[in-house]
Design a protein around this ligand. Structure first.
Ligand SMILES: [Zn+2]
Length: 197
């Protein structure tokens, strides 16, 4: 097997140019073909004519596979039992069953990951008495975007521990849905419930 170094070049077929071109091996972030995610920082052959990724050398396959597996693996965490109760109550208030919980969490994590102002308030929520308690219930979230969203939210909120982050998100849901109902947010969530029901 030939190992390519960054900067090496060879001739290869480029799908974009629809012809043989010179490709240069470079470190790139490569999007999945369906656009649902990104494999980061792998050696790929970049077409020198159109700058698109023309080939994935065999040496990069394990790195790509590993990143794909990590991104597909569920985020598993243990939280205090009352956190799950909060999520059950919030789901009921939205007219949904407990099956809605993972989607509710993912919606909130994504929403907070794209709203820095709301994200920085999570730390504050973790000082509440409700943030404490023995972590004895499992919370599992699946999906390709969940890892990206959680990493994004960790850096925005400055909460590096996944369990603490998820607890903060549950308490944000508690606030918005149960304690100080946010009408707009609730209407949006109800339409989401209607969509997946
Ligand atoms: Zn090309």
């Amino acid at each position: 097997m030939k190992i390519y170094k960054v900067g090496d070049e060879k001739r290869a077929a480029c799908e974009v140019c629809q012809s043989f071109q010179t490709v240069s091996f470079q470190l790139r972030d490569v999007p999945f073909s369906d656009g649902s995610g990104l494999v980061k920082n792998v050696v790929v052959g970049v077409c020198k004519t159109c700058d698109s990724v023309a080939l994935l050398p065999f040496q990069s396959v394990p790195a790509v596979k590993k990143q794909l597996e990590t991104q597909r693996k569920a985020v598993e965490s243990r939280v205090p039992a009352h956190m799950i109760d909060i999520l059950n109550l919030a789901s009921a208030k939205l007219g949904a069953t407990p099956e809605f919980i993972p989607l509710l969490m993912k919606y909130y994590i994504h929403m907070l990951a794209t709203h820095p102002v709301a994200a920085v308030q999570l730390v504050q929520l973790l000082t509440s008495e409700l943030a404490t308690g023995l972590a004895n219930k499992r919370l599992s979230l699946k999906g390709r975007e969940i890892h990206n969203d959680i990493n994004e939210l960790k850096s925005l909120s400055q909460i590096s521990n996944t369990t603490e982050l998820l607890k903060g998100v549950v308490l944000a849901i508690n606030n918005d849905v149960l304690i100080n109902p946010d009408k707009q947010r609730i209407a949006h969530l109800k339409s989401l419930v209607a969509t997946v029901a």
